[in-house]
Design a protein around this ligand. Structure first.
Ligand code: DC
Length: 209
C-alpha cells in the first residue's frame, strides 16, 4: 500500500507521516529531505543553483538514501545539516528545475515500488504516485504553520520566519495542488494523533479483509 501525504510547509506532514508509518509498520519516505540533501551537496560543491542541467546531473550521480530516518548523499550523513535555515531558503530554487525533478521523481518511484510506504512531499499524489492507494492533502492556516516552524527553528525569529514561509509558499505553489482524489485535512485545530488515527482508519478501510 502506498499512502501519499502532501501539503505546504508547516502543515504537519512530517510528524503525521512518520507517526503513521510507525503505526502501520510501513517505510517512511520524506521526499523533501531528498531535495534538501541535493541542495546541501550543490552548496558544498559551490555549484551554480541556477544551472538546472548541472544540478540534474549531480542528482543522477549521487543517489540519495533514506535509511531509518537518516538521510545520506555522497557517503555523508546529512540528516542534521539539511535542517538549517540556509537550506530552507535555498531548497525551492533547486527544487524548481525540471531536470532535478525528473531525477527525483524516478528515484522516488523506485523507492515506492518496494511497496508499503508512507510518502511525504508536495507532488506525490499528483505526479510521483498518482495511483497511490490513499492520498491525503494536509493544510493549516499560515499563522499556525509559521508557529510550528518557529518551534523547529527558534533561532530565526518570528518575522523572518513568516516572510520565509510566505516566499516558500509562493515558490512551491505550482507543485502544491491537491490531487483531485485527495482527502483534504485542515490540521489547524487538530491534534497530531487525531490526524494520524483518521488516516490510519482510511488505510485500514482500503486494505483487503
Ligand atoms: O517538505 P520540506 O520543507 O522538507 O521540502 C523541502 C523543499 O522541497 C520545499 O521547498 C518543497 C520541495 N519539495 C518538492 O518540490 N517536492 C516534493 N515532493 C517534496 C519537497
Amino acid at each position: 500500500m502506498i499512502v501519499a501525504i502532501d501539503g505546504p510547509a508547516g502543515a504537519g506532514k512530517s510528524t503525521v507521516a512518520s507517526r503513521l508509518a510507525e503505526r502501520l509498520a510501513y517505510r517512511y519516505l520524506d521526499t523533501g529531505a531528498m531535495y534538501r540533501a541535493l541542495t546541501w551537496l550543490a552548496m558544498t560543491r559551490d555549484i551554480d543553483l541556477g544551472a538546472g542541467g548541472k544540478l540534474g546531473a549531480l542528482a543522477e550521480e549521487n543517489p540519495i538514501t533514506l535509511d531509518e530516518g537518516r538521510v545520506w548523499i555522497d557517503d555523508t550523513d546529512v540528516t542534521a545539516a539539511i535542517r538549517g535555515s540556509r537550506i530552507d531558503r535555498v531548497v525551492p530554487v533547486v527544487a524548481r528545475h525540471p531536470e532535478v525533478r525528473a531525477v527525483m521523481r524516478a528515484r522516488q518511484r523506485e523507492l515506492a515500488e518496494v511497496g508499503d510506504a508512507v510518502i511525504e512531499g508536495r507532488d506525490i499524489g499528483t505526479v510521483v504516485c498518482p495511483g497511490a492507494d490513499v492520498k491525503i492533502y494536509l493544510n493549516a492556516d499560515r499563522e499556525i504553520r509559521a508557529k510550528r516552524r518557529l518551534a523547529e527553528r527558534p533561532e530565526i525569529g518570528a518575522d523572518a520566519l513568516a516572510t520565509d514561509l510566505r516566499l516558500r509558499d509562493q515558490s512551491d505553489a505550482e507543485r502544491m495542488m491537491p490531487a483531485e482524489d485527495a482527502i483534504q485535512i485542515d490540521t489547524t485545530d487538530l491534534d497530531v494523533d487525531d490526524v494520524v488515527s483518521r488516516i490510519e482508519q482510511l488505510v485500514k478501510s482500503q486494505q483487503p479483509a
